[in-house]
Design a protein around this ligand. Sequence first.
Ligand code: WT7
Length: 664
Amino acid sequence: MSEALANLLNETRQFPPPAELAADANVTADAYAEAEADRLAFWERQAGRLIWAKQWDQVLDWSNPPFAKWFVGGQLNVAYNCLDRHVEAGRGDKVAIHWEGEPGDTRTVTYAELHRLTCQAANALTELGVVAGDRVAIYLPMVPEAAVAMLACARIGATHSVVFGGFSVESLTNRIQDASAKVVITADGGYRRGKPSALKPTVDEAVANCPSVEHVLVVRRTGEEVAWSAKDRWWHETVETASAEHTAAAFDAEHPLFILYTSGTTARPKGILHTTGGYLTQVAYTTHAVFDLKPETDVYWCTADIGWVTGHSYIVYGPLANGATQVMYEGTPDTPHKGRLWELVDKYGVTILYTAPTLIRTMMKWGEEIPAGYELSSLRLLGSVGEPINPEAWMWYRQHIGRGELPVVDTWWQTETGAIMISPLPGVTAAKPGSAMAPLPGIDADVVDDQGQSVPNGGGGYLVLREPWPSMLRTVWGDDNRFIETYWSRFGAGAGGATGAEWVYFAGDGAKKDDDGHIWLLGRVDDVMLVSGHNISTTEVESALVSHPSVAEAAVVGATDPTTGQAIVAFAIPRGTAETAGETGEQLIADLRAHVAKTLGPIAKPRQIMLVPELPKTRSGKIMRRLLRDVAENRSLGDVTTLQDSSVMELIASGMSGGKSDED
Ligand code: WT7
């Protein structure tokens, strides 16, 4: 078998942009031609969206690959670009953040106020001894102070390391230690699922083992009682009493802006390092291009947590660099009821919504009656990120959230890429449901086979990036070798390719090109199944299952099989409406097996299908197939500490051991 990855799913639906959007789009098809003609000149023009204190001498220095330098010699301040320049231009009264707490309390934060708070926090951090180059760990709920803390670090040249507020003592400790953080910014707690959820006790335990930490700044959010030590300072007594006068100094374009640890489920987490000028250039450009953001009229909402890269690039830096007005929500989508997100879309008149496939599939499971109870008429553009979006989930999103007419942009990128890389342009691309379509202007992505050769249209293989891009990771914090080994050693020069070979970045994802050359992401290559000599992607089988009207969400794994090498084992969550359809579990399973065989061919027919109420997911919403493989192969469960909800595995495993699912 020479195929790198089979191409089984054939999706032919295609949706051109709405005419009004296309007529007034921020970016037209010309952008592709411009970038094609001169990629570096294209990025240089995008850097012109920012205010630089000192112009760069060279756009890209790639003389020491894979270590890139962008906008060499240039200097700028990130916070100045996100705040001061909007205030100076007379837009201080414009709302930056419509914040909604889970209990329903609200705050309206203007650019002037965000600027004032950031200046105060910058002064407070300086007083606590933080200087440019120091690391600051941020462990906060979704409150405006999270953005303020990040911007204050950027303002004084400190490197932030945001740790998702759901992470354990151990994860927090490792991350603080790896970066030798000097200060930790946290809160007493935040609200989750209707209750206060404490954060400070986790920080106390972690800091006890982190000698680098000199001070802990504590935001008061829940008012719950907290233990107090000599290192602790209340935010309201330190930041909110500090001077609001602060002049932002300019930093080198390659000054470290932040470290963000990948949500890797197995190995020691990697501290992905992003720097200043190239990062801000690409997040600012992609926010403008992919979301077609019009700062004067749009109300933008990205539902990610600030603890993930999506929150960094598309809540904080991209939208604020563009002067956007956005919604920020503290809580969970089902508190106090399952229509909470839609209620907020109506309340704030959200026009652009950026969310994850896991949330869309959850909404499918809950049923379309829920969004149908809201207007949603303000929306004009929908985005997706985080996992492959199944064609049926894409259609559901367009149909039930997008009134059957809104463009959906499926955006592929990674913590490592810093910004969106592959995505439709909403005013240009006739999008296909489930496809990220094409590399953005200025980005060179390809799909290659085992030998690193570009596959023809219709072929599957590995997604690679062939040219450096401005927001690329610069290294793994403290571990250049790991950076090279993990990302640059599979293909091209770093794999010992022929002399003169180029450096090729391998993203770890499988992908295919359809007959028109459009790119379809097929999941992590570690998850690919080898069935009777065919490499089959989990994504395609999952999408086939979700294309059955009774399935909301599915996860597929390869389990060792004496005849076929691996056999396909599927876990499926029925849709809200399936229960009323009167189908029994046995019948549905038989239907689903036949449906997959018909959609993708007999090779992809699952050996076994389990109907389950939930799937194991990481805290950022990705399905943890590793755990399902354990179940499918009757092994005891591996590490479950990164699970969003650990009881899910017990539920699934108990259904398995009886050989039947709960619904049977
Ligand atoms: C991995 C990166 C990108 C910000 C959030 C996740 C998967 C992401 C897509 C998409 C298919 C996607 C990939 C990627 N992924 N977006 N649109 N289609 N897969 O960041 O935690 O670093 O995860 O998420 O597998 O490599 P991350």
